[in-house]
Design a protein. Structure first.
Length: 77
């Protein structure tokens, strides 16, 4: 850990909060979107579950709309 690597780590440019990770961690939408502990747990989960070496948090793709006053429905899984 912490040393040089010989590859580019894979990542997801939108987010890593997939249903399988939510089921494995118990950190689900929309709670994981607003609770920092659940967000960290879900964000780090794909490293433990699948070896994905990057985390993408927060999960938000709506912050700009929210700042401009738009109502956002985060849904429920």
């Amino acid at each position: 850990m912490g040393g040089p690597v010989d590859h580019v780590p894979p990542t997801c440019v939108t987010q890593v909060g997939i249903v399988e990770a939510m089921e494995a961690t118990g950190a689900t939408w929309p709670e994981a979107h607003k609770d920092p502990e659940k967000m960290a747990q879900l964000g780090a989960s794909l490293y433990k579950l699948a070896g994905v070496e990057t985390a993408r948090i927060p999960f938000c793709l709506t912050v700009q709309a929210e700042v401009l006053g738009c109502k956002v429905d985060l849904g429920k899984i």
